[in-house]
Design a protein around this ligand. Structure first.
Ligand code: PSU
Ligand code: MN
Length: 305
């Protein structure tokens, strides 16, 4: 039996068969600065409740996968920047050694599947980093999407990445990349990337049916639902491009590698945009949470049909 601990709210929802939405915790510990991280974590949970589903923020504490965090656990985690950043490779070690760990997209997908949760909302997935042809830095999130049957709602992949290569790898791995409401693959802080998304669906019901159809076909893996940032919150790509290039050059000059790369780039962009990147990140996560709640509700309805 996997070491799962459900919060009282999630336990009650499970017993009542209510739709659940998983949330990750690396965005809290490594993606946003204190105290914004704690505020956002609470707001995102509330957005899901308002949209008629139940939030389950996932983290590793005291040898258990916690599915749903109490207010105290959430605040504690938000003030633990040295929590481990857990991907597929790290999950068992963190659990076996009783460490505090925040789950990335990959690890959250694994935990959500163990907990029977089909839908998960985050900001942006990890992907192929710029310069990956030399560094080999390709996020484990992509391989997880290929093997774990959870629908991940994100604003595309983070624009600090090489988006054309990220789409190529997702295609190779057989991951459905579904843009919502537009043809363009979203670029996290910006609505468009100039790259066509391979697939497009415009309603939560269609997305839910596609998830269930994959299971009926016996296909492993999940789907990436790429939901553009709301128009009023987006940062134009032309404003971001030089700042991303600068942050990237600094990361290389400082020898930042492996798990540290994404947190470094996000933190530098927060400084270089004077907080605008964080405001956009918050808006897009909340937007993804609302759509994920709709998809989870549609999934529950489709299952009853
Ligand atoms: N979305 C955000 N902020 C984040 C992340 C997602 O808005 O910080 C995290 C997720 O946990 C994702 C991770 O899995 O960034 C990617 O890390 P890497 O590039 O090291 O795989
Ligand atoms: Mn990486």
């Amino acid at each position: 039996m996997p070491p799962l601990t459900f919060s009282p709210e999630v336990q009650t929802a499970r017993e009542a068969g209510r739709p659940l939405v998983a949330l990750e915790s690396t965005i809290i510990t490594h993606g946003m600065p204190w105290p914004h991280n704690a505020e956002v974590a609470r707001e995102v949970e509330e957005d899901i409740r308002t949209a008629g589903a139940v939030p389950a923020t996932i983290a590793v504490l005291e040898g258990q996968i916690h599915v749903g965090l109490t207010e105290a656990q959430l605040t504690m985690l938000a003030q633990t920047p040295d929590a481990l950043k857990l991907s597929r490779a790290d999950l068992a070690v963190a659990l076996a050694s009783g460490r505090v760990g925040a789950t990335t997209v990959a690890a959250t997908m694994i935990c959500a599947r163990l907990a029977g949760i089909d839908v998960f909302a985050t900001g942006g997935i990890g992907g192929v980093h710029r310069g990956a042809e030399a560094s080999f830095d390709i996020s484990a999130d992509l391989h997880e999407l290929a093997q774990t049957c959870v629908t991940v709602v994100a604003a595309g992949a983070k624009a600090i990445l090489d988006l054309p290569k990220t789409l190529e790898v997702l295609e190779t791995l057989g991951v459905p990349v579904i843009a919502v409401g537009q043809a363009d693959f979203p670029a996290f802080w910006s609505r468009g990337s100039g790259l066509q998304a391979p697939l497009r669906l415009d309603t939560p019901a269609e997305i839910a049916r596609a998830h269930l159809m994959r299971a009926r076909l016996g296909l492993p893996g999940g789907q990436l639902v790429a939901n553009p940032i709301p128009p009023e919150a987006e940062i134009p790509p032309a404003r971001l491009a030089p700042l991303i290039a600068q942050a990237q050059a600094e990361a290389e000059a400082q020898g930042i590698t492996a798990k540290a790369v994404t947190p470094f780039l996000l933190a530098r962009l927060f400084e270089l945009t004077e907080g605008a990147s964080l405001a956009a990140n918050i808006a897009l996560v909340r937007n993804n949470a609302r759509l994920a709640a709709e998809i989870a509700r549609a999934m529950a309805r489709e299952r009853r049909l």
